[in-house]
Design a protein around this ligand. Structure first.
Ligand code: NAI
Ligand code: COI
Ligand code: MG
Length: 355
């Protein structure tokens, strides 16, 4: 029996980076006999074709897959659509449909890129995991725009229930238990009711575990990620705060194009995507960094298919590419390698390592 992977390339650089990730996946010896890929239309490109950014055929395909690989969605072409028709709403709907409540974003700097980080690292390391609640909070709350007192007013509601928080904290504790057993809850408990509930739930949860916890307001966390990134082990946080801290983390490791993510559900179905967006400013130029997507394939193999050795082969191949300075323009500027060249180099490394 073969595993079924649903592939959603999406918009902008989505197609280019997914192409390289697939190349790398099938460079692993024997992988063609183990995996079937099926592609589905998703995002702005699906809206153009079917007047729906998350067509029913895509929904069915995703729900019967063993795992889903996604590029990125959105772009200026679809910015004026009503919110509910936008590619980004389709992305939220995909995550909700798959019930992937926990978004895991490992943030690690490659040793050979330390001198390229915008922050002074000297002997310090960057190696932490962001555990971001993914299917609740302000992105999913009631929203509306109305006229009040002769002017337009808009509202986005942030809602969290205990159970929505508990399952995210449980995952963070589980991940921390395999690392340094330290979690930092990032919130805004000095002003938000939802954050106060996050603190209460987290306090109760860690009481029964060996995990150490500290609490940090998100504004301070944004600063500490720059000043003391080596102090973090596992950051657990709500949907929007995790989104923001993620891009900041991308910047300090050298580029947002380097970071992968795994979004997991209780059922075991997983969604794998880089942390960045569709980068319309560089789309179609063969210069996007494919590494975040390639490393997302490694996470897919590890978490959804339990192929740890194959996941490690991809990670080692990426490390070799970076150590050998096969770097893209977002990291080293004009002399950077193209998306295809980087994908091919890593695929070749994978071939050698898996033989
Ligand atoms: N998961 C997803 O599908 C996401 C979609 N978006 C959507 O993407 C579109 C663009 O959003 P932005 O705010 O510009 O964020 P973005 O992440 O697409 O781009 C931000 C900056 O990072 C650069 N960048 C991103 N990925 C890169 C890569 N792999 N290699 C080299 N450079 C890279 C871009 O060129 C740009 O300068 C919007 O429509 C947005 O809503 C944004 C974030 C996530
Ligand atoms: C549509 C956005 C919520 C996507 C995003 O920025 C992310 O998940 O990092
Ligand atoms: Mg984001």
């Amino acid at each position: 029996m073969k595993y079924n992977i649903a592939v959603l390339r999406g918009d902008g650089i989505g197609s280019e980076i997914v192409e390289e990730a697939i190349k790398v996946l099938f460079a692993i010896k024997g992988m063609k006999e183990k995996i079937d890929l099926k592609e589905y239309s998703f995002g702005g490109c699906a809206y153009d074709k079917f007047s729906h950014a998350f067509p029913s055929e895509t929904k069915e395909g995703v729900m019967k897959a063993d795992a889903v690989l996604l590029g990125a969605v959105g772009g200026p072409k679809w910015n004026e659509l009503p919110l509910e028709k936008r590619p980004e709403s389709a992305l939220l709907s995909l995550r909700k449909t798959m019930e992937v409540f926990c978004n895991i974003r490992p943030v690690k700097i490659f040793d050979s890129l330390k001198n390229l980080s915008p922050i002074k690292l000297e002997n310090r390391n960057i190696d932490y995991v962001i555990v971001r609640e993914l299917i609740s909070g302000i992105y999913f709350g009631n929203k509306n725009t109305e006229t009040i007192g002769g002017e337009i007013a808009a509202k986005d509601e942030m809602f969290y229930s205990e159970s929505q928080i508990k399952r995210a904290i449980d995952k963070a504790i589980e991940i921390a238990s395999k690392r340094n057993n330290k979690i930092t809850l990032v919130d805004k408990a000095n002003v938000l009711e939802t954050s106060r509930l996050w603190r209460k739930v987290a306090k109760e949860k860690v009481r029964d575990s060996k995990t150490e916890i500290d609490y940090m307001y998100v504004d301070n966390a944004a600063m500490q990620v720059i000043l003391n990134p080596d102090k973090f082990d596992v950051i657990v946080t709500s949907n929007m705060f995790g989104d923001i801290i993620s891009d900041e983390s991308g910047a300090i490791v050298g580029s947002i194009g380097l970071l992968p993510s795994a979004s997991i559900s209780e059922s075991g179905l997983g969604l794998y995507e880089p942390i960045h967006g569709s980068a319309p400013d560089i789309a179609g130029k063969n210069i996007a960094n494919p590494i975040g997507t390639i490393l997302s394939v490694a996470l897919l193999l590890r978490y959804s298919l339990k192929m740890d050795i194959e996941a490690e082969i991809i990670e080692k191949a990426v490390e070799n590419a970076i150590n050998n300075k096969i770097l893209s323009k977002d990291i080293i500027g004009e002399s950077g390698f193209s998306t295809c060249e980087i994908g091919e180099y890593i695929a070749n490394e994978v071939k050698n390592l898996s033989n």
